[in-house]
Ligand binder design. Sequence first.
Ligand code: T5A
Length: 230
Amino acid sequence: MAAEIHTANTATRGRFITFEGGEGSGKSTQIRLLAERLDKEGLRVIVTREPGGSPGAEIIRHVLLSGVGKMLGADAETLLFIAARDDHVRHVIEPALAQDIWVLCDRFADSTRVYQGYAGKVDPRLLDAMERVTIGTLKPDITLILDVPVEVGMQRAASRRGTDTPDRFEGENIDFHRKLRDGYLAIARGEPERCVLIDATETPENVADRIWSTLMQRRLILRQPEAQRS
Ligand code: T5A
């Protein structure tokens, strides 16, 4: 039963789990695997993403990933990410959590800190102010930072893309991607109570097991996935 794997004080609010990492680190793959496992446990789960996740934010996503946002300059491009997040939080994330639905989100505020802040050099004070306005006290129950060497992530992203043109951020140079990884490692070190660094170089199944173990250690779930119990 679903109630058995909730911790005692979560009966009226879903869990908010964010996935972070550089390009091709395997976030989408792991979100799908975790959603399947949670679903088998009888939990209500939604999978969502940023930028995007709500109709309004998906329109902004298109502007951002096409590179049009870049032409406006770094601060204005950041404002577009924030506008998309505001719509997503108000129309998707908060209503789901209030209905006791677990929200698995592919990227959230840490992506802005890392891509626009660490690597993009937008003033952290501006990012802090925008975060306060947009997400207020909403904080992930846990943030899983999938870590792979930059070359591995870029290779995976390129294989998946095939002959398609790299998007706005995939097209940045290797130094930019190295800064992203450094930024994520710094966030993981700085906020160990919220963030867990996951070695994502192994097979998808091994990484999924590691993630499940992490959620058990953090008491977000209380037992092995169904597949490993029989
Ligand atoms: N952005 C976003 C900002 O700049 N600021 C912000 O505030 C926000 C929210 C979004 C872009 O926007 C930027 C960051 C991003 O550049 P996106 O299209 O949503 O762009 O792309 P990403 O989030 O970067 O995700 P990707 O789709 O590139 O990668 P994933 O989801 O990390 O990886 P995934 O699972 O798709 O896997 C990539 C490939 O690797 C394989 C998969 O099969 C796939 O082919 N793979 C593995 N191969 C071997 N071993 C494993 N363990 C594997 N796991 C997956």
